[in-house]
Design a protein around this ligand. Structure first.
Ligand SMILES: Cc1cc2nc3c(=O)[nH]c(=O)nc-3n(C[C@H](O)[C@H](O)[C@H](O)COP(=O)(O)OP(=O)(O)OC[C@H]3O[C@@H](n4cnc5c(N)ncnc54)[C@H](O)[C@@H]3O)c2cc1C
Length: 403
């Protein structure tokens, strides 16, 4: 029987859960206080880089990221097929460059454990690096080359997901105004008579929305639901400032291919910044990290490090200024891992938030997990339910709080 799922938040996580639930045959309503994709998801660089982003060890977070990377091609194909729009998934591979000899050692250590998980990586010296990425600074000591990582155009993926959801009959209620979780009939703190949280909200613009299940996908705003859930939700915004150089239409000179359009072929990571070129020719360079509350303004200081390091890694960009600068709020948790799971005692109320630096990557895995949990099934990745339990920061009798 078809259920009605109410999703709170229209970022990539909310839209992905909506898409997956609608595909599974559920009726879905997405409630978004602002514009769909108007926050972190529309600001992201779109890198799908589980090996590069997880340098230390194969923990539960890495495994979830890897599971999501594996899901991406088929998932994007489904979104594109339903929507008729392209998300520009590019299997570019990634180069993590060592700016100094000493930076090579940690790359070697990373290579040792990541090979077991299909990274297919190799350490490359300056000569091979010049063949792979001719526009890199010739003085760069080497790089870890991971060919299996890719990227999407995040705003285009969001637009495609939105269109796909609409095609599948998902109701998207934008500019909903203030969203107030409704308390159940018999209890306090959002609990109804039998101790479960009610799957209903009151909105400023669209009145009362209720369903059979509720999924909180409110990104950096998820902490607003702590009272409803009855445990702390330590999600906070970390601002990311980012910029783009326009390489479209400009031809390169020199040995790298005179007359050819300037192109950076791979995602390039360094200890100071990353770069990824999109199909429209823009080279995105990100990103700063600071805690500025819910302020999404761009500051000179935030962008300065990016513009300072760009010509040190790509000398051909010396003297060029970014054509665009913007910022978004990463939803960070206290331990850096997302919250994905049901509210204890309320299997029909889920949280899927706190994806911090990897929400674009983690969208398909999160959506798959959410839809499984809503059906009372185990998540696809073993151990994920415990690792990402949304109440893991709550102290329980006899059990210390997570941190
Ligand atoms: C500069 C930058 C670069 C990034 N690059 C990458 C990258 O390359 N790869 C990657 O994987 N990730 C990247 N990220 C991280 C990624 O963007 C986030 O993890 C992801 O977008 C989170 O998605 P979300 O849907 O949870 O949050 P959001 O997109 O922020 O969506 C949350 C939504 O909830 C709504 N909302 C607000 N209040 C409420 C409320 N009370 N109730 C319900 N809804 C509410 C908001 O309006 C918003 O639309 C980047 C982030 C930034 C800022």
């Amino acid at each position: 029987m078809s259920r009605h799922i109410v999703i709170l938040g229209g970022g990539i996580i909310g839209l992905s859960c909506a898409f997956e639930a609608a595909l599974a045959g559920d009726a879905v309503t997405v409630v978004e206080p602002g514009r769909v994709g108007g926050q972190a998801s529309g600001a992201a660089a779109g890198m799908l880089a589980p090996f590069t982003e997880n340098a230390e060890q194969p923990d539960a977070f890495f495994r979830l990221c890897l599971d999501s990377l594996h899901r991406y091609p088929e998932w994007v194909r489904a979104v594109e097929e339903v929507s008729g729009l392209s998300a520009e998934l590019v299997a570019s591979g990634c180069l993590t460059v060592a700016l100094h000899e000493a930076d090579l050692q940690p790359l070697q250590a990373r290579l040792a454990w990541q090979q077991r998980f299909g990274a297919s990586s190799e350490l490359v010296g300056p000569e091979r690096l010049r063949t792979l990425e001719p526009r890199l600074h010739p003085g760069i000591a080497g790089a870890l080359y991971c060919p299996v990582e890719s990227h999407v155009h995040a705003p285009k993926l969001v637009a495609a997901l939105e269109a796909a959801c609409r095609r599948l009959g998902v109701r998207l209620l934008e500019h909903a105004g203030e969203i107030t979780p409704l308390r159940g009939s018999g209890g306090s703190g959002g609990l109804d008579g039998d101790g479960a949280v009610a799957a209903a909200v009151e909105t400023g613009a669209h009145g009362r929305i209720s369903g059979d299940a509720l999924v909180v996908c409110a990104g950096a705003w998820a902490n607003a639901y702590a009272e409803l859930c009855g445990f702390p939700i330590p999600v906070h915004p970390i601002r990311g400032q980012i910029c783009a150089f326009d390489l479209a239409g400009s031809a390169a000179g020199g040995a790298a291919g005179a007359g050819e359009p300037e192109r950076v072929r791979h995602m390039v990571f360094s200890s100071q910044a990353y770069w990824v070129q999109k199909q429209d020719g823009r080279l995105i360079c990100g990103a700063s990290e600071d805690a500025a509350g819910y302020d999404t303004s761009v500051t000179e200081r935030g962008i300065a490090r990016l513009t300072r390091w760009t010509p040190r890694v790509f000398p051909f960009l010396d003297g060029r200024n970014p054509v665009m600068k913007w910022a978004g709020l990463r939803p960070a948790t206290r331990d850096g891992w997302p919250l994905i799971g049901a509210v204890p005692g309320s299997p029909n109320v889920l949280i899927a938030a706190g994806h911090y630096r990897n929400g674009i990557l983690l969208s398909p895995a999160t959506a798959a997990m959410a839809v499984r949990l809503l059906s009372g099934e185990e998540p696809p990745v073993a151990g994920a339910a415990a690792s990402f339990a949304p109440d893991r920061f709550a102290g329980r009798p006899g059990v210390p709080a997570f941190h």
